[in-house]
Structures are given as C-alpha cells and as structure tokens.
Design a protein around this ligand. Structure first.
Ligand code: CUA
Length: 347
C-alpha cells in the first residue's frame, strides 16, 4: 500500500507526539520517585513515615485513575476517529448503570483515603510518650529562620540542631508574612502565620543532616529561605548546647579585634540589627550572630560559610541576595577583612 505524503507526515507527527510524552515521563520519573533523587520518600521517623505511606496510597490511586482515563481517551480517539463518513454518528443519551458505577467508585476511593488520612494525622499529631519533647520556638523572617530554645536559653538561625531520637515540639511564629516550614523527612509541614501560633512535632530517629525549605511564597528571596536540620547524637547535641551557651572567646587576632570594633561602632551599623551575646547589644532584626562561625551556610543557605563567601556577603549583601533586608553598608575592603575575621572566629 502506498502511503501519501500527507499520511506520512501525519504518522510522523503522531509518533513524534508519543515519543515526546514517553521522554517527558522518563525525565520526570527519577525526580518524583526514589529516595536518592528525592529524600521526601526517605522518612526518618514514624511521624514522617505516616505522611509518606499516605502519599504512596494517594499516588497509587492517582496513577490508576490517570492510566484508565487516559487509556480510554486514547482508545476512543484512535478507534472512533473520523474516517470520512458523512453525517452525525449514532447519538446515545444516558446509561444508568454506567453513571452509578462512575459515581460510586470515586466515593469509595475518597472514603478509603479519608480514613487513612485521619489515621495518619493521629500518628503525626500524637504527643510523645511521657510528654518528653524538646521545645523550640521557630520564627519565620523575610528570608531566614530564627530558632529559640526557651528551656536551654539558646538563640540561633537557619540551622536547627536537634537531638536524634527525641521528639521536637516546634512552635511556629512569623515576624512578617506567611512562611511555611517543611522538612519532609522529619514530619509534616506547617504554615508560619503572623499573629498566630502553630505547632507541630518533628523527629529524626537517627543522626543526620536533613534539608528543608520555605514552602509558601513569601517574597523575592522565598527560594533562599532554606532549612537545614542537624540531628545530633545525644552526646553531640549536649556538646553543641554547651558551645552555644558560651558567650564566645575574645577575638584573638588583631584583624578580629578590629572587626569587633567595627561591628559595635555606629559606622559599621551591624549592632543595630544583630545580636552577639557577650556584647552589649540585643537587636533582633537580623540573625543572631553569637556563633555564626559555626554554621555551615550564610544568608539562609545562599552561600557556604567560608571566609571568602563571608567577605563577599559583607561587601554587598544585595548583590548576593537581592532584596534581603541587609543593606549595602559600603564597607571598605579593610573593614570587610576585619569583620570577616571577627565573624568567622565566632565558633
Ligand atoms: Cu518564607 Cu517562602
């Protein structure tokens, strides 16, 4: 049989479309499934596992419905395509049995998912046995996270240290707009709403480092409002607590000493926003810097914490993270070097 030029193009286009759909599916697969590609599917505690188990059930039904619906659609498009016949096809009105069936099936599926959801919510929200939890108050800011440990007298930012194996009771507050705290491997996500106090439990059964992010659009740097949770062994956590409680050593090098002078001077302007324990100021606009040298990143994850990057940040924070609330202070290179030495010494 000879295929005309038009028919050949038609076929090519059809195979092109099918190849495109398959390729898109293959590309999306590793991004959505598999613990290596997406840690969301690698829960670290019973609370997080309840979310993931429910996700798999919902994904199963979603996939099933998608395959059946799309399969029927493609079948109908191919099988009943227009073949040049004249006139209207046979018209069908109503089919009670079919209508009852396709109404009943979704109802049954939704009731099943609802029951599983209620069960998962009970696991996620259950207070820990004996009420033994570490209290942390989290305050969302544009665009960083403040963590306060009221029972331990510690304030820190962006990197949340927790003891492995212990439930953490997070109280969530906001200083400005709505944010959303989400570390998928440790528990549920929760909105951080101005004027309202929310609370959730999170936990990691074992030590490890877990990434999270703000999950509610909160302004231009929403994407750079990263969360890093460091679950320490109980001994490491105690050590971290002791280190955080210390007010920090006096600057040793001349550069660091000069840096502290600039930090506290009105010219530096740092102290009008940031706290460093052991100095006189207690401003709370920007992150507490008492132990900034011990953190792994700066700018809520935008840069790894190295001297070069700290200098880059201080030279012009607006270039590194445009729109953030720290202005370009037009520091001279000497001032930047001194401040960098001081801040990096604050372990
Ligand atoms: Cu904070 Cu998005």
């Amino acid at each position: 049989m000879r295929v005309g030029r038009k028919g050949l193009m038609h076929r090519r286009r059809r195979w092109g479309a099918i190849a495109l759909i398959v390729a898109a599916g293959l590309l999306a697969w590793p991004a959505t499934v598999g613990a290596e590609a997406n840690p969301m599917f690698d829960p670290q505690s019973g609370r997080a596992r309840a979310v993931v188990d429910l996700t798999w059930v919902v994904l199963f039904f979603v996939a099933l419905v998608f395959i059946i619906a799309e399969g029927l659609l493609i079948f109908a498009l191919v099988r009943y395509r227009h073949r040049g016949e004249a006139g209207e096809p046979r018209q069908t009105f109503g089919n009670r049995r079919l209508e009852i069936t396709w109404t009943a099936i979704p109802i049954v599926i939704l009731i099943f998912v609802f029951i599983l959801t209620v069960r998962a919510m009970r696991v996620i929200a259950a207070p820990p046995a004996g009420g033994d939890a570490l209290n942390v108050t989290l305050i969302g800011h544009q665009w960083w996270w403040e963590y306060r440990y009221p029972d331990l007298g510690i304030v820190t930012a962006n990197e949340l240290h927790i003891p492995a194996g212990k439930t953490v009771h997070l109280q969530l507050e906001s200083a400005d707009v709505i944010h959303d705290f989400w570390v998928p491997q440790l528990g549920r996500k929760m909105d951080v709403v101005p004027g309202k106090i929310n609370s959730i439990y999170v936990q990691s059964d074992n030590p490890g480092v877990f990434d999270g992010a703000c999950a509610e659009y909160c302004g231009t740097q929403h994407a750079w409002m990263r969360i890093k949770v460091i679950a320490d062994s109980p001994a490491d956590f105690d050590q971290w607590v002791q280190a955080q409680k210390a007010t920090g050593a006096q600057p040793a090098s001349p550069d660091a000493l000069a840096g502290r002078g600039i930090f506290l001077s009105s010219a530096g302007n740092c102290a009008s926003c940031h706290t460093i324990n052991g100095t006189a100021n207690l401003a709370n606009v920007g992150p507490d810097l008492t132990h900034v040298g011990s953190r792994t990143t700066i700018g809520a994850g935008v840069l790894t914490n190295t001297s070069d990057n700290m200098a880059r940040w201080l030279t012009n924070p607006q270039q590194v993270k445009p729109g953030n609330l720290m202005p370009d202070l037009r520091l001279t290179p000497d001032e930047v070097r001194a401040l960098t030495a001081y801040l990096e010494s604050l372990k």
